[in-house]
Every structure is written in structure tokens, then in C-alpha cells.
Design a protein around this ligand. Structure first.
Ligand SMILES: Nc1ncnc2c1ncn2[C@@H]1O[C@H](COP(=O)(O)OP(=O)(O)OP(=O)(O)O)[C@@H](O)[C@H]1O
Ligand SMILES: [Mg+2]
Length: 381
């Protein structure tokens, strides 16, 4: 790191392989997997998260805040986080804060209130959206269902404890694709009953923000995650349809709320597929989509139960369903192999219920005409 002379004037700019003492232990800044000369770091709006490794070989995330986000509340908020460690998907709550009297802070002012927490391996939902947009990646149906179930379970467990994340958004959701397990990141603004609100209450991210926020509803509430949770859960399922996945962008799939252009168009595009395969979930999702307040949204437990019910039905169907209507479309993904390579094309059901309705109508007319034709022929004979 650049040393500008005195001990207190160093600028925090870690390089790959450099070591640092934090809370009495030595840590090494890891190399970026695709740029070996750089330290492995991810940039957020409030700070930078570095990957570091302890001498015993354990990986940690070191979150270093920008100056206007460094404050003593981080230390007290982090103690509240101790109560979370038995809940699923909150491994990042096992954290220690670098307090102002730590020698590392005397060397680098930037490290004041920095957080050392477990490194959570995987892809953020942002990463997966970007892969879908840029390389046509899409999820296997079983994988999407399992991720969606785990994601809603994590949020439901929080809500059942009167706690909310308050900033459910693609960059704050980490997914391990091998185990389909989900962890929440960015745990500085958690709502706890009775805890003081942060200096800046989250306003939510476009596409995941309930429209009631524009009308003055606050996200500093135990129900804060209901709308964003329903949207992101629906996106996870949408990404199991190869054509819909192609429409994803790094900002999400739905992009906006009900009543707005692209939001309405995206909703119509996805609804047929969701309703066909995940009817219970889609009913709950629709309720959230149309909700005028967070209280109108289904609870996260309801959402979690709905996708679990759909998953059970999908699992009991053991034979692939094939529905062919005059070659109009074929359905067979319910029993598709668990790990279809993402780029491999696969027959897809229709996007909308409208198109399946037309298919059935055409088939019915075709059958009636055929019967009439056969009757006429038989009468002539
Ligand atoms: N514990 C962790 N393990 C692995 N990666 C992490 C961890 N915490 C954060 N990250 C990575 O760093 C990124 C930014 O982290 P985080 O969301 O905490 O920062 P932020 O500045 O508060 O973000 P925001 O822009 O949402 O305000 C995440 O999207 C993720 O890629
Ligand atoms: Mg974040």
C-alpha cells in the first residue's frame, strides 16, 4: 500500500498477495481470478469488499466503507447480527467490526468500522442476470425451483422473527449453484424490532421497490422484503425458460412495477409460463405485483409455501409430459435432466396463456372438421 511518509497517512490501496494485520491476525489479499495482478474485490455503492485469507487458510470478506458510510452504528448493528446466526442464509452475519482503536485503523483511516465476515462463495443474482443477458445462460427447471425455495425460506425465516433485510436486490443475494443454497449479503440495514433506523433508510432498488414507496411507505418495517422477495423469486423461476432468460438484463427481468411500461409488458411475457408450471406461486406473486402496500403482499411464509407446493407437484410427475397440437408446441420440461448444460437448446412451453388457448381452439376446430368430413364420407357410401 502507498506509504506517504508518516504512519497515519497511508492510503488504503491493497495489492494482490499483500498482507495486513486485522484484529490481531494476519490476512492476505487474494488475487482476482481473472486479473491475477489485482486484489480480488467487488465494488458496491457504499464500499468495496475484498477477499482475504487467514494464515490458517480460511477465506473472509473485508468490507471497507466509503468515508460517508463509516459510523459507530456499524459496530452496534453488527452486535444485533449475533442473534441471526442460527437462521438460514445469514452466514455473513457472523462478523467483526474493526473499531477505531485497532492498530490497522491507525495505519489506514479507511479501515475504520470495516467489517470482517465469512466469504460466501457463489454467484450473486446480478451475476446470473448478467450471464443470462450476455451469454444466454438459463437455469435448469429443478435448479430454479430449488433456488427459489431456499431463497423464500431464508426470507420467511427472517420475517417470522420480526426481522427484515430491507434491501433485497440482485447484488445482495448470493447463490451457490451446486447446492442451490442462498445467502443474503449487505446486512448493515437490517430492520430489528425496536432498533433505531439507519441514518439513510433504504429506498429500494428500481424493479424491486414496491410502488407504495413512492406514495410514502417506508421500508423500515418488518414487512419490507415482501415485494422485492416476490419479484426476485419470480425472476429465479423465469430464468428457467430459455427465451425469457434471454430477455433478462443486469437490472433484472421485470425492470419496473405494475402500471408502468416495461413492467406490464414483462409481466405479460412471463405470466403464461409461470402460471402453467408454478400455479400456486404465481397466484401469490400476482398478489404482490398488484399490491398497493406491503401489507397487501402475501407474507414470505405464504410465498415459500406456494413454491414448495408447486415443487411437490412437479416432482410427483415422473413421466415427461408431451403435448403436441398440430406441431404447435411441445411440453416436456417437468422431468428434464437435473443439470442440462445451460446453453443447450430445449423445447419450451409458450410464454403466455393466450397462445396455449389459441392452440387448443385450433385443435378443437380441426378435430370437429375431421369428424364432420368422416361422417359425410360415411353417409355417401
Ligand atoms: N460476505 C461476502 N462474501 C462474498 N462476496 C461478498 C460478501 N459481501 C459482499 N460481497 C460482494 O461484494 C458486493 C458488494 O457488497 P455489498 O452489497 O455488501 O456492498 P454495498 O456497498 O453495501 O452495496 P450496495 O451497492 O448494495 O449499497 C456484493 O454484491 C458481492 O459481490
Ligand atoms: Mg449491496
Amino acid at each position: 500500500m502507498a506509504n506517504t511518509g508518516t504512519r497515519t497517512q497511508r492510503i488504503f490501496n491493497p495489492r494482490a498477495d499483500e498482507e495486513i494485520s486485522l484484529l490481531g491476525e494476519r490476512y492476505r489479499f487474494m488475487r482476482h481470478p481473472s486479473a491475477q495482478f489485482m486484489a480480488y474485490a467487488a465494488e458496491g455503492k457504499r464500499g468495496t469488499v475484498y477477499q482475504v485469507r487467514s494464515r490458517s487458510g480460511v477465506l473472509y470478506a473485508l468490507k471497507v466503507f466509503k468515508s460517508n458510510f463509516r459510523n459507530p452504528a456499524l459496530a452496534s448493528q453488527s452486535r444485533l447480527g449475533d442473534t441471526l446466526q442460527n437462521l438460514p442464509g445469514l452466514r455473513a452475519s457472523n462478523r467483526r467490526v474493526i473499531t477505531p482503536n485497532d492498530p490497522a485503523v491507525r495505519d489506514y483511516a479507511e479501515l475504520q468500522y470495516a467489517i470482517l465476515m465469512p466469504w460466501i462463495a457463489g454467484y450473486t443474482w446480478s451475476d446470473l442476470l448478467l450471464l443470462a443477458e450476455q451469454s444466454g445462460m438459463w437455469l435448469d427447471t429443478h435448479e430454479a425451483v430449488r433456488i427459489c425455495m431456499d431463497f423464500t425460506k431464508v426470507l420467511a425465516a427472517l420475517e417470522q422473527n420480526g426481522i427484515a433485510h430491507t434491501d433485497v436486490a440482485p447484488a445482495n443475494v448470493m447463490i451457490d449453484r451446486a447446492s442451490c443454497k442462498v445467502d443474503l449479503l449487505d446486512l448493515e440495514d437490517l430492520y430489528f424490532p425496536g432498533a433505531p433506523p439507519p441514518a439513510f433508510v433504504n429506498g429500494g432498488v428500481e424493479g424491486y421497490r414496491p410502488r407504495s414507496v413512492a406514495a410514502g411507505e417506508t421500508l423500515w418495517t418488518p414487512t419490507a422484503d415482501r415485494y422485492a422477495g416476490a419479484i426476485l423469486a419470480a425472476e429465479i423461476l423465469v430464468l428457467s425458460h430459455s427465451d425469457l432468460a434471454k430477455q433478462a438484463t443486469a437490472e433484472g427481468f421485470f425492470l419496473s412495477t405494475e402500471g408502468s411500461e416495461p413492467g406490464d409488458a414483462r409481466y405479460v411475457m412471463a405470466k403464461g409460463y409461470l402460471k402453467f408450471f408454478f400455479p400456486a406461486f404465481t397466484e401469490a406473486f400476482e398478489k404482490a405485483w398488484r399490491a398497493h402496500s406491503l401489507a397487501d403482499c402475501p407474507t414470505l411464509s405464504d410465498l415459500s409455501r406456494a413454491i414448495a407446493a408447486d415443487a411437490q407437484i412437479l416432482q410427483v410427475i415422473t413421466l415427461p409430459i408431451k403435448v403436441t397440437l398440430n406441431g404447435a408446441f411441445t411440453l416436456e420440461p417437468v422431468d428434464s435432466p437435473k443439470h442440462v448444460p445451460p446453453q443447450q437448446p430445449r423445447p419450451q412451453p409458450p410464454h403466455t396463456t393466450e397462445s396455449s388457448g389459441y392452440g387448443l381452439l385450433i385443435a378443437a376446430v380441426f378435430i370437429i372438421l375431421t369428424i364432420l368430413f368422416l361422417l359425410i364420407i360415411a353417409n355417401r357410401k
